[in-house]
Design a protein around this ligand. Structure first.
Ligand SMILES: Cc1cc2nc3c(=O)[nH]c(=O)nc-3n(C[C@H](O)[C@H](O)[C@H](O)COP(=O)(O)O)c2cc1C
Length: 182
């Protein structure tokens, strides 16, 4: 393992050695996460992507955030339509996750041909059998480098019934599932 000594990395007046994109990616491979599909809608057009950079932000008021690449169609649709939904995936959604990450070669405008989706007027698409879906209005977007931090004000929550709860995870470049520690 490569250990970077912060003191030796300091270059003069409070400047730090540049971390390469490759260093960043290698480190982030260890940050395992739950897999979601973030969707957006604008004037009847849907967009969506697979995302692990999603987190709870605040219970009062109910807010979440998602980090979305600014180069893609989903960011564009979120920015214009100001609606998003976070659909938390189960292990049975692996193929869908690959589809919305562009890993299966489908054209981007055919992503929603997979999965069972619904959307109320003025909302982003919700995956009917997601572990849970959060439909949001966009409260704010902060652009930071390549990504936008999208803050969603949660308007409705759809929790799937039934057990066990088996979230789809991604770590070290592989799809994974959780096992209980005894
Ligand atoms: C496991 C996994 C997690 C991902 N997480 C994110 C993420 O949090 N944010 C993001 O912008 N892209 C993420 N991506 C990449 C997008 O899913 C992919 O680039 C997608 O094709 C972008 O679609 P778009 O062009 O509609 O924006 C992830 C991909 C995978 C496989």
């Amino acid at each position: 393992m490569r250990v970077q000594d912060c003191a030796s990395a300091q270059l003069g007046n409070q400047q730090f050695m540049t971390i390469s994109a490759e260093d960043f990616k290698q480190g982030m491979r260890r940050l395992g996460g739950a897999v979601n599909i973030v969707t957006a809608a604008n004037e009847g057009v849907w967009a969506g992507l697979t995302a692990t950079a999603v987190t709870s932000l605040s219970a009062e008021p109910p807010r979440l955030l998602a980090c979305v690449n600014r180069q893609g169609a989903t960011y564009d649709t979120i920015s214009r339509g100001r609606k998003l939904a976070v659909n938390v995936l189960g292990v049975h959604h692996k193929d869908l996750a690959m589809r919305f990450a562009g890993m299966n070669g489908e054209p981007e405008d055919e992503r929603f041909d997979g999965g069972d989706w619904s959307a109320d007027t003025g909302c982003a698409p919700v995956l009917k059998d997601a572990l849970v879906s959060f439909a949001c209005d966009v409260e704010n977007i902060m652009d930071v480098g390549s990504h936008g931090i999208v803050i969603g004000s949660i308007r409705s929550i759809n929790v799937a019934s039934g057990n066990p709860i088996t979230p789809l995870c991604y770590v070290d470049g592989s799809w994974a599932q959780l096992t209980e520690l005894l």
